[in-house]
Design a protein around this ligand. Structure first.
Ligand code: UTP
Length: 302
């Protein structure tokens, strides 16, 4: 049944500690950091909904209450905006509460992405599901998740999203050994290596924060020992599935993504993301861009 079941559920892990962003993330989840005026995780949830996945499970943990409040109604705020006759801001406040059905599960201890995904087992059951990392943004103009869902339909098993990076960057990520398929933008994943030592990376294609997982991943995760950094890695479980055939929850394919992706989980990429989003905003660009040009020119002179 699982092999033919359509994907209807999206799991968004957002229980990590966000240590790269301290002290900002001491009391604020990193997934709630604003990209201009919307928290990063809202873009991610919107992407899932736009791909037709309206059953959303957010994996949260200690200190992540603001995420739950954000996707809930805010009656006092709504009343205040109604009284002020401010329909635009009222719509903005209500939007995040009306995106879809949002469920929550708590990851008691942040024991890694694989462990966070395993926390979704009871909610997801024996169906394939999507995983979207709460701090990783894909530009809506470059749809990726839709393509990954098509690839799951065609090939079964699990699907990862791959992006090509410079050789010196590979050791920062999970990296895939790949073989071509009949589709230009799809490869078969033959192996996965989490943060390979420089020189030992099987390719320049790294895994980014979108996955479509066969439910067989849950059994594998249960048996996956903690890997690098003492965390249970999703990459390790997918590596096991990559060795299997379709009757056992395999294989793993990769979609080669050449679009725009924004990592908001580290400071430098976060800053780049905010600037790029602001530059694309019709209500801000006319004032922001000339200021930015002048700022950079002046900065270069100093
Ligand atoms: P990261 O690898 O960015 O880890 O997680 P992190 O712990 O949040 O951040 P740093 O490295 O300490 O700065 C990628 C995604 O997986 C989630 C995170 O919330 C983030 O959205 N995650 C990670 C969990 O849900 N649980 C975990 O145990 C680890």
């Amino acid at each position: 049944m699982a092999d033919h079941a359509p994907v209807t559920k999206a799991v968004v892990p957002a229980a990590g500690l966000g240590t790269r962003f301290l002290p900002a993330t001491k009391a604020t989840p990193k997934e709630m950091l604003p990209i201009v005026d919307k928290p990063a995780i809202q873009y991610v949830v919107e992407e899932a909904v736009n791909a037709g996945l309206e059953d959303l499970l957010l994996v949260t943990g200690r200190g992540k209450r603001p995420i739950e409040d954000h996707f809930d109604r805010a009656y006092e705020l709504e009343e205040a905006l109604r009284a002020k006759d401010d329909p635009e801001r009222l719509a903005a406040v209500r939007e995040s509460a009306e995106l879809g059905i949002v469920h929550y599960v708590r990851q008691g201890e942040p024991k890694g992405l694989g462990h966070a995904v395993h926390c979704a087992h009871q909610h997801v059951g024996n169906e394939p599901f999507a995983v979207l990392l709460g701090d990783d943004l894909i530009d809506p103009r470059d749809p990726l998740l839709q393509r990954m869902l098509e690839v799951r339909e065609q090939f079964g098993g699990s699907v990862v999203a791959l992006m090509e990076v410079e050789p010196e960057q590979v050791s920062l990520y999970g990296c895939a050994a790949i073989e071509p398929t009949s589709e230009d933008d799809v490869v078969k994943v033959t192996n996965l290596v989490e943060k390979p030592v420089p020189g030992e990376a099987p390719s320049r294609w790294i895994i980014i924060g979108r996955y479509v997982c066969d439910p067989a991943v849950f059994d594998v995760l249960e048996k996956t020992p903690p890997g690098r950094g003492g965390e249970i890695q999703l990459t390790d479980a997918l590596m096991t599935l990559a060795q299997r055939d379709r009757s056992q929850g395999g294989p793993v394919h990769g979609v080669l993504f050449r679009g725009r992706r924004y990592d908001t989980g580290n400071k430098l990429d976060y800053l780049r993301t905010v600037v790029q989003f602001a530059a694309d905003r019709p209500d801000l660009a006319a004032e922001f861009l000339p200021w930015l040009r002048e700022f950079v020119a002046k900065h270069d002179e100093d």
